[in-house]
Design a protein around this ligand. Sequence first.
Ligand SMILES: [Zn+2]
Length: 299
Amino acid sequence: VRRASTSIPVFFSERMVAPDAGGSPSASKPRHVVAAWRAANFPLTLHDVTPASVDELARAHARDFVEDILSGERGNAFGTRSLEVARSLPFTTGAMLSAARHVRDTGAPVAAAPVSGFHHAGHASAGAYCTFNGLMVTALALLDEGRARTVGILDCDMHYGDGTDDILDALDVRDRVPHFTAGAHFHHPSDARAFFRWLDITLDALTACDVVLYQAGADPHVDDPLGGFLTDAELARRDRAVFAALKALGVPVVWNLAGGYQLDADGGIRKVLAIHDATMRACVDAFVENGVDDPAREP
Ligand SMILES: [Zn+2]
């Protein structure tokens, strides 16, 4: 019997953070998101991150690609050869990997990795703010380490997880890494109903997985300049549906942030942070007994 959680494990290191570049707020987002979650008094337990090694990255990617990115010989997905970005990459992927090992080793039903920038990274290609594919690096590590026989990827970012598909095809591991990417199907507000039908069917299909990696992207928001089909209420419904279904199935879930590009008038990212706050709220409500906003909670 799994004991009720008293807090949500969050895998964060300052070494995940790099200066923003290329018009994306992703590189510095982990720090802002964790600060916002702490300010909201969510019950979190912060865990340190073990960086992904070259060998671990090279399970999903061509080894020369990995080495050239890390040494600055090759441009990263922000279009620079910044060594600061390069040094952060083993930690962003490592956050996902550390969180996944944690749920498999401790029996925790959930863990969060406040990181972005994975699903457009292919076997030997970086693209669209994604340099290394932390989803696939994590899945392949769990399989190779005997920590899982099947790892599901539920990608609810606005955009198609083409890099994940590229790696799955290159390595021929689709039977052990079932991949569901909403961005391949849904783009317009009129697609919202179809999205929720798809989500129900997809969650049923994840029953047989030992762990699910869930990308809770903020860019499907209707106001996102790169997105646009779900309202705030619908994004919250998405997150509640995912957490409730996987909890009921007894399948642990490791989730991350993915995209989100709304900018405030002053250039801040409060609108994006509010969406990631809402995902954490749904997570706490699902997994933490007497969640912070539980109306039935005793005073
Ligand atoms: Zn996206």
